[in-house]
Ligand binder design. Structure first.
Ligand SMILES: Cc1ncc(COP(=O)(O)O)c(C=O)c1O
Length: 379
């Protein structure tokens, strides 16, 4: 087992003088602290003994109801189709242990979420990257890879992808679903960022495409829209696969903390999460615009940056022959941090890439950080 390069970078960020574009973490000043305080107080005042006791593996009914309500905005879902998880990261691991045996192939986007790479690697999967463009994974390449490798699973982050910030278009979702329905390969759809939209129309998950609901495990999380510290997420699945995921969770951790489940359920039933998300999205949008404007002014000829409509990340491809991992120490010396692109790739990486998070710094700080970054790259 190797440690995650992102964790290693985060470890040096305690240094107060570093402007960090590295972590995919929400701005903590925007947490609804009062509402969560009241929610936990409510739990201890009215559900105290239950909150402190062992409980079912599938999750608390109130939370599963709330999750089903949110999922049903795009895909009809009952509480019976919801399994609570300790963040979507646990959902990833549960799906990997349930659906993949050692040596099996999992197809992923190029690039993809690096801690998913870790979760699949832990269960002995062989990861194969499939080419993607600005609209997401390419259906023809997916079909070729399915034929060539006979994968057990396809893993996709269709909306505001980590690390690229890209969103799969509606047409592409339909085309990818068509390939998966025809070939019978199950989908693990990871959607922690989808609600964090700054502009444009919301897109239903691929799980909502015809024929896909029963063959998809859809992961959602409280982390990016409420708070990652509560470690609450949920997944939607159907039939035997849902039962298998529940058995896997039993072996991994018995249950997600009941205190946290009940507090999140109370929060969702009592407060206006949509209003909170709209508030956060308005602030993140300004920061995204600041990052793109500053990048546009500084990037050299040939370098490209994605233009996400939501989420947390801009993905920069510098091009040329500099390796972003070798630029990073210089950048940290100059007081700025980012995540180099290579760990996000299954297979041969594009080493001239890097991931920049725009959500935790003010526009002024973003500009100063990018001035330092430009100096580190020699732009
Ligand atoms: C694509 C993706 N999936 C899953 C996770 C895990 O999030 P959590 O376990 O906090 O829900 C993250 C966190 O960064 C992510 O970016």
């Amino acid at each position: 087992m190797k440690s995650s390069p992102v964790r290693d970078i985060l470890a040096v960020l305690g240094r107060g003088d570093i402007i960090s574009f590295a972590g995919g973490i929400p701005d903590p000043t925007l947490f609804e602290l009062e509402d969560f305080r009241e929610s936990f107080e409510y739990v201890f005042a009215h559900q105290g003994a239950r909150a402190l006791q062992y409980a079912s593996t599938i999750g608390e009914p109130e939370l599963r109801e709330q999750a089903a309500l949110r999922l049903s905005r795009h895909l009809p879902t009952t509480a019976n189709q919801v399994q609570v998880t300790s963040g979507s990261q646990e959902g990833l691991y549960l799906a990997a242990t349930t659906l993949v045996d050692p040596g099996d192939v999992v197809l992923v986007e190029r690039p993809t979420y690096l801690t998913a790479v870790q979760a699949f690697t832990l269960v002995g999967a062989r990861l194969v990257g499939v080419e993607s463009d600005d609209d997401g994974m390419l259906p023809d390449e997916l079909e070729d890879a399915i034929e060539a490798y006979g994968p057990k699973l396809v893993y996709l982050i269709p909306t505001f992808q980590n690390p690229t910030g890209r969103t799969m278009s509606a047409e592409r979702r339909a085309a990818i679903a068509d390939v998966l329905v025809r070939t019978g390969v199950p989908l693990l759809e990871d959607d922690p960022y989808g609600e964090l939209r700054f502009e444009g129309e919301a897109l239903p998950p691929i799980a909502a495409q015809p024929g896909m609901a029963a063959r998809t495990v859809l992961l959602n999380s409280a982390s990016k829209v409420m708070a990652p510290g509560v470690r609450v997420g949920w997944l939607r699945a159907e039939g035997q696969i849902l039962r298998s995921l529940e058995i896997a969770k039993q072996g991994v951790g018995l249950q997600t903390a009941v205190t946290d489940q009940l507090a999140v359920a109370h929060y969702l039933a009592t407060y206006d999460l949509d209003a909170h998300i709209a508030h956060v999205a308005g602030i993140y949008r300004v920061r995204r615009d600041a990052m793109l404007a500053s990048l546009d002014a500084r990037m050299p000829e040939g370098a490209t940056a994605t233009r996400p409509e939501g989420g947390m990340f801009v993905w920069v491809r510098v091009g040329g022959d500099q390796d972003s991992a070798l630029v990073l120490p210089k950048a940290v010396d100059l007081g700025v941090a980012f995540v180099p692109g290579w760990p996000f790739y299954a297979g041969e990486p594009d080493r001239t890439t890097m991931r920049l998070s725009f959500v935790t710094n003010s526009p002024e700080t973003i500009d100063e950080g990018l001035a330092r970054l430009a100096a580190a790259w020699g732009w």
